[in-house]
Structure formats: structure tokens, C-alpha cells
Design a protein around this ligand. Sequence first.
Ligand code: BTN
Length: 339
Amino acid sequence: MESSVSVTYVESAAMSQRKKTVIDILRDSDDFVSGEAISDVLGISRNAVHKHVKSLRKRGYRIVGVSRRGYRLEDEPSRLSMGHVTQRTENTMFGHSFRYHDEIESTNLEAKSLAMKGAPEGTVVVAEAQSAGRGRLGRRWTSPAGKGLLFSVILRPSLPMSEAHLLTIVAATAAADAIEKHVPARVAIKWPNDLFIGDRKVGGILMEVSGEQDEVDWIVLGIGLNVNTEFSELPVALRRTATSLKMVGGELVDRSDVLASLLLSLEVNYHAALRGGFEKALTAFRERDYLLSRTISVETRQGPVIGAAAGIDDRGALLVELPHRRVRSFHSGDVSVRH
Ligand code: BTN
């Protein structure tokens, strides 16, 4: 069958020809290259060279700088092989149109802007690094360049707005299935859509929905997964609570292969849910429910509600058993486990 796949490599305005030249100069030399030599070639100030070096470091280039000697390139970031991804996702909905960024503010933001301009369902925005990755509840998502997976897909399901949130259950269970193909561990889901291995978070999902008159117009489903992140690369505040596939399995994991598995799994589960309803995803979630039977605290506007997690109902709401066997359901919220 003829297939037309489009992969657009989007050069962020910042990854200018100048930065590429800085990399080329450093690659060509085994030794240090002085800031002055680089500034002469580029015709810019040494301060400007330093700024380029700083921004390249953010993109995962390991460049050491020693005063009076200059800069030396020690390591380059690994990049996704979009060729591998498109080969594995050939003829699928999440395999026809990719927009690849070395660095972007947030793939969700970009996917939302594309969706508003009418980008088709299945468009995938993927980045090696985000300067302002977004998490749930206004939090940040951070990941060192070239170490994790950061991507967003555009969906245009024919669904009432009131059911859209159930797609996060579909996405989380699909992602858990895919991840288990690449790491010898069980993936659990902490309601509503945190991906856990053991007691640590390995990934998260951020779904943003737009619609009118109770009909979904578009959904952007963003997934962040720690793949080859080392313990030392985790923000200090997350070192007790986060993990990566590499930290769990002890070996580097092929990010392109994981991305392809995630997209294929999302596709199968998404279509199954739209055709056959959400029952299968709800059952899959219940088998992976990280919170079940634990004592938890749910933050509400009136303060924390503490009780025993009692699963989810058929609308995907979290059930919490309170004293005297009273059960309360929550449709959104921040949940923590009480130890
Ligand atoms: C969470 O756990 O709070 C959700 C995290 C979602 C992060 C992903 S990374 C790719 C996509 N782009 C974003 O800005 N956020 C999501």
C-alpha cells in the first residue's frame, strides 16, 4: 500500500546556523578551541559565543569550558531516529505526520496551536528537550535533553466533552502496556494518569481538551517518560520519588523503539475505546491501580480528605472510603499516599 509519511524537522529559531557552526568547529578539534577563535570565525563577540555554548549545553551537548584554553566537546546528545519510528508506525494514524524539534517550549503548547489551525488527527509533536514542559495542576515537567520521551498527539474523537477525560485512562493503560515491552518491571498507574514503577514515578500524561456545545473539537495528549535519565540528572527535589527505565533495568533503552511502541499501543487502545466503549480500559486500569487500598489524602478546596483508596468507578472517578463506610468520589485532584 502507498503511504505518505511526513516528518518535519523544525529548526527552533534558536538553533541557528551559528550554533551549528560552533558544534562543527568543536567536533573538528580533539583539543580545546579558544572562544576567540570561534568568535573570529563567526564574526560575533566572545560573550555571544558563550551564550551559544550555554544554550547548546541545555540541549544536551557536553561542552567543557576552561579559562584561557576555551571549549571542548565531550559528548553529544542522543537523538531520536525518526526513520526507525516511522518504519514501525507505517500506515497507522499516529504514524503519518511528525513534527520533530530539538528544543521547544512545550510539545503540548505546540500541538494545541497546530490543532487550533486545523492539524489533522494523529499529528505527533516530539522534542528532545523542552524549556517549559508542562505537568498537571500547573506543575513543570523537566527532562534532560535526549534522555526522555517528550511528545504530544492530536486527537479529534467524536465524543461528548463529558467523556473526554476517560481518554486519559485509555492513554495511561496503553502507555503502561508499551513500557513493559522495554523494561523488566510492572508499570502501575497512580490515578488519574501517573505512570509508576515500584514506588517511583517514571512518566506522566497531560491531556488538554477543547470543544463546544458538549462535543470535543480536539484533544492534545502529552506524554513525558523518563527513559535514559540517570539518577544524578534528576532534579534534587525528585530524587526520592522519580525513576527512569534505565535506572530500573540498568541498561540504556532505545528511545525511538519505545516511542514507536507507545504510539502503536495508543492507536490500538484509542480505536478500541471509540468503537467498543471504555470498559476494557477501566478494567486494565483497575489491574494496574497503584493507589488501591492505600491510605491517601486528596487535596480539595475545603482541605485534605483522608481515606482508603477504593478503586475507580465507571466514569473514571477515584473512590475513597471514609470512616463509617461512606464512599466519596473525586473527578479531579491531587492525591498523595500517606505512609
Ligand atoms: C504530569 O505528570 O504532571 C504530566 C506530565 C506531562 C509531561 C508531558 S512532556 C510532553 C508534553 N508536553 C508538555 O509540556 N507536557 C507533556
